[in-house]
Design a protein around this ligand. Structure first.
Ligand code: NAP
Length: 543
């Protein structure tokens, strides 16, 4: 391998993105003595935490668990202030990681990768990079390319009739202005009621004169019960650090409360079932989703927890009509990503907040003054689009990727993403995806899945170097079998019954394929390790 590492020219590895994945990749590759450069479209590190600065943005996995585990000293040095850290603190943490491990020298910011072309004769990728300001393009070459592009990095662009006529300010939660937004005294519309909206609505409601929430589908949301991270909790976590981290890695979702509770929901009596739901509700966050082992596979079991959640909404929201609109009824609990909130339902008791149900009265058009539904016109000064992302495939499909024989990734993925183990696509040698579709990714604590993928990929690259091998690719039959397995596993759950972004249902025209792997973080890790131990089964390597 070359030892060239300067921007431009030739690199052993090009990493796309400098979020959590990109940073950990740079560190691992440096440990291996492999030259790498990361190209990052943003002006600094952080990925999702760099872009998503909307009011109320914070992690929905407990802070200690949503952090790197690869360095015990890093973990001991850093103090999270809250149980669920707010976005500025997480961004500061990512910046600290970049500085502590001196990673910025291997990152070129404000640079977007626009095209990748595999050169079979040279056995390298030609990587076209673009300066985001000047749009000037340069081509560099690399033996390997690793897409650390994130699962939720490309905003779902609003496409409402008349939106260009709206005279007020517009914002997208996924591209929030760095200087912040002051809504004091303003009339604000929020369109969307996913996690981003559910976090930002209580904050915006406290500032704005009037807030109108436009809801197409109500979401299930569980209270975070956020608060300061008590020193005793931190000390207890650190005292059992190794065991805690290993438990995360082998768990279903990459966090400790993701271990399914024993037994089936309907086997428990009414009292026991309610007691367990209540206990998990009081823990907060995702704990309730795993209260029983069958909540995500048996519709009747799921209905018990769905009804429990609806009851909580009815108890909290004073206006019964609003409560019914907020209560999801036509898809199973937690089959769209469960939201974790701080005072979301209570916000609808405020006199300055209104809820518009777009199922009853769809948006007709945006006007210079605001939002017009089929029933009413709402005059606002600002519109917040909290409409989510082109998830999982969005970032890679915006890069013109051409593999062996010039075959386009977009063509291979036209009916939905296919790959082997979520790591490589047949016909695209030496191109890896970190937390790609077909891996647990968004169904897990992303940091745990990122570390697992990065460790696996960098170990392979190191072993190839040591063995004098220069090309690795997924075999088509292994890919086919994996795709079938991913689909079969998803079909055996209730996940496929909701119109979620897991299925691409939020982006008009996107193929409807369940993208993440539901098999669980621990089982998937074991499988990937077995593949490696057995000579990288399903992969072909050559010198
Ligand atoms: P989202 O979950 O996809 O929610 C988007 C919302 O916008 C949905 O309510 C959707 O309605 C609505 N919507 C989309 N297009 C619309 C249209 N044309 N008209 C009206 N409504 C429309 O996006 P998100 O809230 O940004 O969250 C995405 C994911 O990011 C989350 O699920 C989570 O994984 C992650 N996230 C995590 C955190 C955290 O860790 N704390 C915070 C924010 C986000 P439908 O449901 O009808 O499509």
């Amino acid at each position: 391998m070359s030892d060239a590492g300067a921007p431009g020219g030739t690199h052993d590895v090009v990493v796309i993105g400098a979020g959590m994945s990109g940073l950990y990749l740079l560190w691992r590759l440096r440990q291996l003595g492999v030259s790498a450069i990361a190209y990052e479209a943003g002006g600094d590190v952080g990925g999702t935490w760099y872009w998503n600065r909307y009011p109320g943005a914070r992690v929905d996995i407990e802070s200690q668990e949503y952090s790197f585990s690869f360095c015990a000293d890093l973990e001991r040095e850093w103090r999270w202030s809250e149980r669920y850290a707010p976005q500025p603190e997480i961004l500061a943490y990512v910046g600290h990681v970049a500085d502590r491990f001196d990673l910025r020298r291997d990152i070129q910011f404000n640079t977007r990768v626009t095209a990748l072309a595999w050169d079979d004769a040279a056995r390298t990728w030609a990587v076209t990079i673009q300066n985001v300001t000047t749009k000037d393009e340069t081509v560099v070459t690399a033996r390997f390319v690793i897409a650390a592009t994130g699962c939720l990095s490309v905003p779902n662009e609003p496409a409402f009739p008349g939106q260009e006529t709206f005279a007020g300010a517009t914002y997208h939660t996924g591209r929030w202005p760095h200087e912040g937004v002051d809504f004091t005294g303003k009339r604000v519309a929020v369109i969307g009621t996913g996690s981003s909206a559910i976090q930002s609505i209580p904050q915006i409601a406290r500032q704005a004169a009037e807030l109108i929430v436009f809801q197409r589908t109500p979401n299930y949301s569980v209270p975070a019960h956020n608060g300061p991270l008590e020193p005793a909790v931190r000390d207890a976590w650190l005292a059992e650090r190794e065991a805690n981290r290993e438990a995360q890695r082998m768990s279903r979702g990459g966090f400790l409360h993701s271990a399914p509770g024993e037994g089936r929901a309907l086997d428990a009596g009414d009292n026991e079932r309610t007691r367990r739901f209540e206990e998990r509700w009081q823990i907060g966050g995702f704990a309730i989703g795993t209260a029983f082992e069958d909540l995500l596979v048996d519709p009747a079991a799921n209905e018990t927890v769905a009804e429990f959640a609806r009851r909580k909404i009815r108890e909290t929201v004073k206006d019964p009509v609003v409560a019914e609109r907020l209560a999801p009824k036509d898809y199973p609990f937690a089959t769209k990503r469960l939201c974790v909130d701080i005072g979301y339902y209570e916000t609808f008791n405020r006199p300055n907040v209104r809820l518009v149900d777009l199922r009853e009265t769809p948006i007709d058009t945006l006007t210079p003054q605001g939002v017009r539904t089929t029933q009413e016109s709402y005059e606002v000064d600002a519109i917040v689009f909290a409409i989510g992302f082109d998830a999982m495939t969005g970032a890679l499909s915006r890069i013109d990727v051409k593999g062996r024989d010039g075959v386009a990734l977009r063509a291979v993925w036209k009916d939905g993403p296919v790959n082997y183990l979520g790591l490589m696509v047949a016909g695209f040698p030496n191109l890896f995806t970190i937390t790609g579709p077909g891996s647990p990714s968004v169904l897990s604590n992303m940091i745990v899945s990122i570390e697992q993928h990065v460790d696996w990929v960098t170990t392979l690259i190191g072993q190839m170097r040591d063995g004098g091998l220069s090309v690795v690719e997924a075999k088509p039959d292994a890919q086919q079998a994996w795709v079938e397995h991913v689909n079969e596993r998803a079909a055996s759950t209730l996940y496929v019954q909701a119109n979620s972004w897991y299925l691409g249902a939020n982006v008009p025209g996107k193929p409807r394929v369940f993208m993440p792997y539901v098999g669980g973080v621990g089982a998937y890790r074991t499988l990937c390790a077995a593949v490696a131990e057995n000579g990288y089964l399903g992969f072909r390597m050559s010198a």
